[in-house]
Design a protein around this ligand. Sequence first.
Ligand code: SAH
Length: 521
Amino acid sequence: MTPGAPGVGGAKPGTVYLVGGGPGDPGLMTARSLELIATADAVLYDRLIPETAMAGARPDALKEFAGKGPRGDSKLQPEIESRIVELAREGRSVVRLKGGDPFVFGRGGEEAATIAAAGIPFEIVPGVTAGVAAAAYAGIPVTHRDHAAAVAFVTGQENPEKDESTLDWPALAAFPGTLVFYMGVKNLPRIAERLIAGGRSASQPVAVIAQGTTAAQHTVTAPLDQIAERVATAGVNPPALTVVGDVAIERERIEWFEKRPLFGRSVAVTRARPQAGKLATRLRELGAAVVETPVVSIQFRDNEAVGAIAARVAAGGAFDLICFTSANGVDAFFTALEDVAADTRVLAETQLAAVGTATAEALRRYGVIADFVPDRATAEGLLELLSKQALEGRRVLVAVASGARPVLADGLAEQGAMVERVDLYDTIATPLTDAQSEALAGADFVTFASGSAVRSLVESLGGVEPLRGPSLVSIGPITSGVMREFGLEPTIEAKRHDIDGMVEALLEAQVNQANPPPTTD
Ligand code: SAH
């Protein structure tokens, strides 16, 4: 290969992106990192990246573990660097994904130098470094007008008693500001000793933050001369870092993350992906560790029956009233309309009914407002509301999921309406992986937002046994009924039968729980 033509066979090499993935909380990943992960041909990732960091990668992208540490497939640094170069020379765009910031104890500098020397184009995408972020999530600002005008990031990996230590311990001890040690928990006793020997106050506050910014965050605080012992007693799981400085005292005033109402609790969300989003987001904001189990996936039907209904609706005037019982039904309906090149205008003469606020909201997204939304978000609730209307001879379409209960259609027909039902979509159970089943069985709460979620979860699990441990949360009486069919008794039933109602029920249950979440000191 000649210089200036670094690609294989003279092909143009791909660009390498050295990307920081942030400290653990997926919300702390930068917009640029997500954009690059979503488009990369290859992603080489480290051990300490956020759990869901790769979720947006292309399904056909090459994903390779390229990290070091306590794992069987651990790689050596030169190996990693030649792999990056090799992939780029094949013309691929490569994301090299690292925890935190790539240039803070990430060996990003070495990787960049190798890539530059190989003549491969590259870009550095900084990330939120753990030393700043974990401290912030523990309620500790690394600088502060009253306490610290400087902050130092220090490697704690070097054993201060060894001669080859390159750190100037007396200078570190005298450093006029906060010291943040990465990788240093094993050496904590020696680090504390050396700092005190160098003149740092034995009573200076120290915080050790483990698994910072994640639902498993655990913080131990103590004065410098006691911190090693405290950490040994408390036991902390890696990764952890140590913040030495008066700033640590601020935690007493501004601790927030570990105080959130569902912190330390794990909650399983058993819904199809698209809607799991809202509940999962709300629960995460409240501090819960969310276990997402995609037990059902939604598949819109694209068959003759659906096509025929869509064509009749598109022609206009086919129905006086259309009833929707779920947001999925709304989406499936408008997808079918779009397939016959029709839009909301064909509904001008048609009244619309929606079970549940989420369903009404879904309609609003298509620019139409539901005429009927019952207070009780059940088919029975809608039936009761519609019974107040003159139904005799009215042409009603009930748009539902396959397998939906016949209550609504039957009840409307009983009152003289001319009812047709169309099954717009199927909910399909997907089997859970062993890891997902285990996480589910170990969760504090398992939430059920529909009867079909109960059925599919039990089907995916191959039984109810894993659901014996957790508290079971039901969105409402219909779902509870389905649970009981399987011999499962809901621990909590939401008073309001929607996502917010379910969150409220969880918060109440949390307050009433006999055993509070583990406290940190
Ligand atoms: N490039 C990374 C650091 C890599 S070195 C960054 O900028 O954050 C690995 C060390 O970072 C760990 O040993 C630990 O000290 C620290 N670390 C990484 N993630 C952490 C987290 N979530 N909580 C606490 N410390 C963390």
